[in-house]
Design a protein around this ligand. Structure first.
Ligand SMILES: Cc1ncc(COP(=O)(O)O)c(C=O)c1O
Length: 532
């Protein structure tokens, strides 16, 4: 329905001006063996403007009853460039109040639907970035819209409690339900927070609490000296402990989390930080099948460094209390490590009796084809802590009961999460199960990955290193500039993707991304590579 109304304008045909309705169908099927394209014959069809469409859907009760606009069949681009004029105007306004340089464009969230994001200029893009990997079911999923179409839930939305002190009567049952359904095996406690940084920041404190408790013994109490010295940030009350993290990692931007973040200097410069050990993360050669020996040696080199650093920091009197690692380094460039690497890392953490925290903020929630990415690693036992946010809508972490502080107010803040987000999370989990979205992710991911590998063959001088699990995929470009150009060009062709690391393009679609969406992405990427 929406698709039949869509306008498609080839930037080169319209020469940058808004013209009448020209429909370009995906041209994947007419790629010549040389890799050259033949432009499809434009076909005309009746088009309604977005405003008319909205009026029709409103009149028919769509908005009132919180059903969702049907997805268009393909993207529609109306403006010669993105951001378009309306976005630019809004950006100018926003810039008078705050730095808005990073704003790509402004979004019409009311009109966005499913896998398609609509900007304020009426451009409808297939979104494979999904608000930095944080929208699980696409835009305006009817099941989520209807959550707040209910008096009780609206009251949960507006009466936000200080959960640590005054939780609502349904809170224990809701947490129990979440724990039963998605808690990593063996982690039977859940601490809720607000965002990914806040989850990691507090989980790090749990690691230090557990470490010091072990050191003091279960019955040990805080000494007077500890209680006094911690008030001026000095040992022994504020002990010189450390966490080991990896080059290329991203764990957030609050001060503690930032001390374990090492992806870009601009995130860190000018902020005082901590002398904590940073080990190399494997840097694999692709394709994996052809580079097994080198990649195995890479694993061994990095693991040896982890042990060396643990020893060095122990001698330096700044012992390592835990290891913090992403199952796939995401912001840092979609850097992968093998299951064997993670198994060995866990072995090292056990050997030194320190904690292993797996940061699933970006990878958690099903996008790798399993609910938690680390499930791909066959670890002999669960990690001590798994942190989450993004697709799960609120931040927090799962942990074993040993990591629960014995004293109150040590892990605490005003909100401690948000019950309204738990309502969404419950329904997200229901939909993932009912619609078998993990299977869907595996299927559409396979189509996308196979297509990307094919593009590598067609354009080996431009793209390489296709990698990933499920739809959590990435591809590298020859240069950072080329990556940026391709992302901008893709947008003109109606595909909204994101970058990561130095020269990678990352795919972070919703779990509702299907094979047909993968084919559109591949078609548009092929056009862009051809034109580059
Ligand atoms: C792996 C990982 N950890 C932590 C964070 C920080 O999350 P937030 O931006 O919600 O603070 C991110 C954000 O991208 C992330 O990717």
């Amino acid at each position: 329905m929406f698709g039949a109304m869509a306008r498609h304008i080839h930037p080169s045909i319209t020469n940058g001006k808004q013209s009448n309705i020209v429909n370009l169908r995906p041209i994947m099927s007419i790629v010549k063996p040389t890799g050259k394209h033949t432009a499809a014959a434009p076909s005309m069809h009746v088009a309604l403007g977005l405003n008319t469409f909205r009026a029709v859907t409103r009149a028919s009760g769509y908005v009132k009853y919180f059903t969702t606009l049907p997805e268009p069949q393909e993207p529609t681009i109306n403006t010669a460039s993105i951001p378009g004029p309306k976005s630019l105007e809004l950006k100018k306004k926003l810039n008078t109040m705050q730095l808005a340089d990073m704003v790509n464009f402004f979004v019409d969230y009311e009109s966005s639907t499913g896998n398609y994001l609509c900007d304020v200029d009426g451009n409808v893009m297939l979104d494979v970035y999904m608000q930095i990997s944080s929208i699980p079911l696409g835009y305006n999923h009817p099941r989520l819209l209807n959550i707040f179409n209910n008096d009780t839930n609206v009251k949960a939305l507006i009466n936000r409690p200080a959960l640590g002190f005054f939780p609502g009567k349904d809170w224990p049952v809701r947490l129990e339900n979440i724990l039963k359904q998605i808690a990593p095996k063996g982690l039977n406690n859940m601490t809720t927070m607000m965002c990914g940084s806040c989850a990691n920041e507090n989980a790090y404190k749990n690691i230090f609490i557990a470490y010091m408790r072990k050191k003091r013994g279960e019955e040990g109490n805080f000494t007077d000296e500890e209680m006094k010295s911690c008030m001026v940030n000095m040992p022994p009350g504020a002990p010189n402990l450390s966490l080991l993290s990896f080059h290329g990692s991203f764990h957030g931007r609050t001060m503690g989390a930032l001390a374990t973040t090492h992806s870009k200097y601009i995130h860190k410069i000018d902020f005082p930080s901590l002398d904590w050990p940073v080990a190399a993360f494997p840097n694999y050669k692709y394709p994996l099948e052809e580079n097994e020996r080198d990649n195995k040696a890479e694993d061994e080199k990095c693991l040896a460094q982890v042990e060396e650093l643990i020893e060095t920091y122990s001698k330096k009197d700044r012992p390592v209390a835990g290891i913090v690692v992403e199952p796939i380094q995401s912001e840092g460039g979609d850097n992968h490590a093998s299951p064997e690497f993670f198994q060995q890392l866990q072995y090292i953490s056990k050997k030194y009796d320190i904690s292993l925290l797996i940061d699933e903020v970006q990878t958690g929630g099903g996008c790798t084809g399993k609910f938690w990415c680390y499930e791909h690693f066959n670890l002999p036992s669960p990690p001590e802590i798994v942190t989450f946010s993004k697709k799960l809508q609120l931040g927090g972490y799962f942990h074993t009961s040993e990591y629960r502080p014995r004293e109150t107010l040590r892990i605490f803040n005003t909100w401690m999460g948000d019950p309204a987000k738990i309502l969404l999370l419950e329904e997200i989990i229901n939909v993932i199960k009912e619609d078998q979205l993990l299977d869907q992710v595996q299927q559409s991911g396979k189509v996308l990955k196979t297509g990307l590998l094919q593009l590598e063959k067609e354009y080996p001088h431009l793209v390489n290193s296709t990698r990933g699990r499920g739809t959590f995929l990435a591809i590298d470009f020859e240069t950072p500039e080329l990556r940026d150009t391709v992302i901008a060009q893709l947008r003109k062709w109606g595909v909204h993707a994101g970058g990561c690391g130095k020269q990678s393009l990352r795919f972070r679609p919703a779990l509702t991304f299907r094979e047909k969406h993968a084919n559109i992405v591949l078609d548009r990427l092929r056009r862009v590579l051809y034109e580059t």
